[in-house]
Design a binder for this molecule. Structure first.
Ligand SMILES: Cc1cc2nc3c(=O)[nH]c(=O)nc-3n(C[C@H](O)[C@H](O)[C@H](O)COP(=O)(O)O)c2cc1C
Length: 190
């Protein structure tokens, strides 16, 4: 690993004014020196179909796989849809899950989410942890970042205005950095 820690960010919402994309950007700004965030889009992937897979990996899947393989960690920010993982994000994970030499295996991953509801995507995040367990990812346990009542935490330009959330994101990014450094020997031995 370089001395720099490169993090790939994925957002489970495709909405232009997404609070989760805003939270992802805020997490990038809260990263300590030496840690960088590159956001990759999950937009435009076809719905997973094994017949399409047999015909060749879609370009968007290849791009995501390459980005994840080249990163030291992945940061996923996502809303909760109907108490669980939004279909677009689950579809992206389903595609990535079929790739040989699983890109998420032994990859440090941190989760965060913003929702309209007060529980701040907690139900979605526990389902997402389950998927990532199947992919053998190293998901950071704490701190959990559940941003409830998201409209009250961001202004209309998508800037995070809630100081407690900013502090929590900074704490999570420090924990992610420590997690990357701690799991690095295991990932390299795999
Ligand atoms: C299809 C759909 C399902 C939703 N289900 C939930 C839900 O289960 N829990 C919740 O707190 N909010 C739910 N919401 C509201 C989202 O939390 C809210 O729209 C949020 O701002 C979406 O994230 P974004 O701003 O990043 O797009 C749902 C929204 C949509 C469009």
């Amino acid at each position: 690993m370089n001395s720099e820690i490169r993090v790939v960010g994925l957002c489970g919402s495709l909405r232009k004014a997404s609070h989760n994309m805003a939270a992802l950007r805020a997490a990038g700004q809260a990263m300590p020196t030496g840690m960088t965030l590159q956001i990759e889009s999950i937009a435009g992937l076809p719905i997973y179909n094994a017949d399409d897979q047999a015909a060749g990996w879609p370009e968007g899947v290849q791009r995501l796989v390459q980005a994840i393989r080249g990163a030291d960690a992945v940061l996923i920010a996502s809303p909760e849809y109907n108490f669980t993982i939004p279909g677009g994000l689950k579809n992206a994970l389903d595609w990535i899950s079929r790739v040989p030499r699983q890109p998420f295996a032994q990859k440090p991953v941190a989760l965060l989410g913003a929702s309209a509801g007060r529980l701040g995507t907690s139900r979605m995040q526990y389902d997402l942890r389950k998927c990532l367990q199947f992919l053998d990812a190293f998901v950071l346990n704490k701190p959990e970042v559940f941003i409830g009542a998201a409209a009250e935490c961001f202004d209309s330009a998508g800037t995070l205005t809630h100081e407690g959330t900013r502090a929590l994101l900074a704490e999570q990014m420090l924990a992610l950095r420590a997690w990357v450094l701690r799991t690095q020997p295991v990932a390299q031995a795999a």
